[in-house]
Design a protein around this ligand. Structure first.
Ligand code: CA
Length: 742
């Protein structure tokens, strides 16, 4: 007995110590605030710290003077979209198929940052950071891609690749009013997921909101701010306040450009002043860079000594003004000459915040190099690819290789020839074969583009004639009916476009799929009619093309299927994590019918991936029942573990004999701790999610899930041979709400 008591005391002490340690770890976790100031299409030579003389940038220069000027600072691409995708994920964007500038396509969840990727905001949020994105987004216009759905807590700006600067030119309410790619420049600005009435010049409005966010956050949790000015990207528009500073510049375009840069510089000044005033400047890392080189002819920018400009893989396209400060931690007035890249920003922030990433990063934590704790160079090689042009570049130490296709290569020594004027013979290069091999290795890890780009707009429009017609106002930022308090609509499938289910969201299962069911799944049996998805179960014979009499697999040893039906799902097209899913549907309760509304986890195999059956109707012990379940993996025997609720259909029929003829609302309420399943507001099952955590820490219900709607026949549904066909399973809508962030 005594021993037992002692054991208990020891256990108690150990737990107390464990708690103390974990609290200590939590405190250690809090890294510095991170601010990334990104300008758009600004030339390498257009900042004071790189020698600009006609446009003073005293505030941007403050960053370099307070900290480091990077003389070989790069971005990952020569135009806006892919460069931003690299910066915000810390990974070469070609790893996830972002090799093109995305089209503005608010109906298309695939036209933007793939959901497999975590943004810097998502990752820093794990360490308690609050994040705000400001200005140009350009990483996807579909609602699932909006900043608040990609890890940010707040957003002020616009979704398109550019924008008009004057409020009187913001003539469109939102994306539902756009008729073409460039109409995105004319919408009202967004604050979070809604639209605001803004009166200020765009650059000034962004600066004001940035300062206000810092004020709000100071003293609270650490913050990450992504301040993506669209200046000095075209259209060339500036107010008199800034224009009059540049009367000495005769060229009108250069004068406007200078004014636009000057407005950014004022904003940077306000922000730095605020950090100092709040005494948080030594706890805040500030990065400044441009998203690509200047398009000199287009906006009158100046890339200094660098060859070519925006969209080129010569230095002028990818080598940008780049500086950072972290007073008290990184020496002031430093000049750092080794190549660094925008990917390093996330790697640095994540390392300082002790945050873990799902995907490996390509960047390097720069702080040990800047403090002199680490010698050598951060990157052995840097790589660039322009997929559609089959144009590539590699930088290795002083040397650069440009490559078009397999054989056409150019070589330069940038330490002697930053302007890439004197092409070297391969024999004059140091380790050219090593560079070629490194490039081939890198390429083998890259993915082809996963969406059409700006250059394929015509082709895209042919394939997507309804690109700019928003089929359901619910999918865009208008107010849907009956949103639960504290929530907002993330996604809605209203099934209001007659024809096939919208292929942007829905895919089909085909043939014999699972559970020895009798039906042959085929797309023909799913149609949208009268505002509803109708899945029909039919008695019709389909020859099994995989028939093999000798096979032991039931999918192969049946010569025919006697029934057909359909099963649709949003796999790889739409997923969500947490929130409320609401589905209004009518089920066929005939013998043999097994309809379902369910979700599956995006990662791992079944059952480890996790399954939620929001609704199933089938026969259990011969009795027709409505079921509400979750299933996950059992690590001991690889079989599913079930948490099921089964309610006999008779209990619904007692209350309402017409129950089967009516539509009902099934609902899943999901947060990281619990899933609750409701039918017509009655709670049927509540699943504690902690019990599904595996020994490696993975929990199948703490990951995104996709949606499935299907009508199976036979198997658990019972024998349909005496049932009158067709059977009809109808779904009126699927709506997903998520909690509003404050
Ligand atoms: Ca740009």
């Amino acid at each position: 007995m005594k021993n037992l008591k002692l054991n208990k005391i020891i256990l108690f002490l150990s737990i107390t110590i464990l708690f103390a340690i974990s609290e200590l770890r939590a405190a250690e976790k809090s890294g510095p605030n991170v601010i990334v100031i990104l300008t758009d299409d600004q030339g390498y030579g257009d900042v004071g710290f790189n020698g600009c003389t006609d446009i003073p940038t005293p505030n941007i220069d403050r960053i370099a003077n307070n900290g480091v000027k990077f003389t070989n600072g790069y971005v990952t691409y020569a135009v806006c979209g892919p460069s931003r995708a690299g910066l915000i994920t810390g990974r070469y964007q070609d790893r996830f198929g972002f090799g093109r500038n995305p089209l503005l396509a608010p109906n298309d969840p695939g036209e933007g940052l793939p959901l497999s990727e975590e943004t810097m905001a998502t990752v820093l949020n794990k360490s308690g950071y609050k994040s705000m994105a400001l200005g140009k987004w350009h990483l996807g216009a579909h609602r699932s891609q909006w900043p608040l759905n990609r890890g940010f807590d707040e957003f002020f700006g616009f979704l398109s690749g550019g924008h008009q600067y004057f409020p009187e030119l913001w003539t469109l309410q939102n994306l539902s009013e756009i008729k073409g790619q460039w109409d995105g420049y004319k919408t009202k600005l967004m604050h979070n997921n809604g639209r605001v009435e803004e009166q200020e010049y765009l650059t000034d409005a962004l600066s004001r909101e940035a300062v206000s966010f810092v004020e709000k956050q100071a003293g609270g949790s650490p913050f990450f701010m992504y301040l993506a000015y669209n200046a000095p990207h075209a259209p060339m528009q500036a107010t008199e306040k800034y224009l009059k500073r540049f009367n000495h510049i005769k060229d009108e375009k250069r004068r406007t450009y200078a004014a636009m840069v000057s407005a950014v510089d004022d904003g940077v000044g306000l922000l730095l002043n605020k950090l100092e005033e709040l005494k948080i400047d030594d706890n805040t890392i500030v990065f400044f860079l441009s998203d690509n080189g200047g398009p000199e002819d287009h906006n009158a920018s100046d890339n200094g000594p660098l060859r070519e400009g925006k969209s080129s893989l010569y230095e002028g396209g990818i080598h940008v003004p780049f500086a950072m400060q972290w007073p008290g931690h990184v020496p002031a007035g430093m000049v750092y000459n080794h190549p660094v890249i925008s990917l390093d920003i996330m790697a640095t922030a994540v390392a300082l915040a002790n945050a873990g990433t799902k995907n490996p990063l390509d960047g390097v934590n720069l702080i040990p190099y800047l403090k002199g704790e680490k010698q050598g160079i951060p990157h052995k090689e840097l790589f660039w690819r322009k997929y559609d042009q089959d144009w590539h570049a590699v930088r290795s130490k002083d040397y650069k290789m440009l490559r078009r296709g397999e054989s056409d290569t150019e070589w330069y020594n940038l330490s002697k020839d930053i302007s890439e004027k004197n092409e070297l013979a391969k024999a004059e290069m140091k380790d050219p074969e090593e560079m070629l091999m490194a490039h081939d290795n890198w390429l083998s890890e890259m993915k082809d583009p996963v969406f059409w780009g700006l250059m394929q707009g015509g082709e895209y429009n042919k394939k997507h004639p309804s690109r700019f017609s928003i089929p359901s106002p619910l999918r865009i930022d208008s107010t849907p009916p009956q949103i639960p308090a504290g929530y907002e609509l993330l996604w809605a499938e209203e099934f209001d476009q007659p024809g096939k289910p919208d292929e942007k969201y829905w895919s089909y299962e085909n043939g014999f799929v699972r559970n020895n069911e009798l039906q042959w799944y085929q797309p023909d049996n799913a149609m949208v009619k009268n505002g509803k998805l109708v899945i029909e179960g039919k008695r019709e014979e389909v020859r099994n093309p995989n028939y093999n009499k000798k096979s032991e697999n039931w999918r192969e040893n049946r010569k025919y299927a006697e029934y057909t039906s359909a099963s649709i799902n949003t796999k790889e097209k739409f997923t969500f994590q947490y929130g409320i899913m609401e589905v209004r549907a009518r089920v066929d309760t005939s013998m043999g019918s097994w309809p379902a509304i369910w979700t599956l986890g995006a990662e791992r195999r079944w059952p480890e991936k996790g399954e939620v059956d929001v609704m199933e109707y089938y026969r259990h012990d011969g009795i027709p029942k409505i079921l509400a379940n979750a299933a996950w993996g059992n690590e001991k025997n690889y079989r599913p573990v079930w948490d099921s609720a089964r309610v006999p259909l008779s209990s619904f029929l007692q209350k309402d004999p017409a129950w089967p003829e009516k539509f009902h609302v099934w609902k899943m309420v999901w947060n990281e701790n619990v899933i609750q399943l409701y039918l017509d507001e009655v709670l049927l099952n509540e699943i504690d999610l902690e019990k599904a955590t595996y020994s490696d820490g993975f929990n199948p219900f703490r990951q995104p899930h996709y949606i499935l709607l299907n009508l199976a026949l036979g198997s658990n549904g019972g024998d349909p041979s005496n049932t009158q066909f067709p059977l009809k399973y109808e779904v009126d809508y699927v709506r997903i709400y998520q909690r509003k962030s404050n």
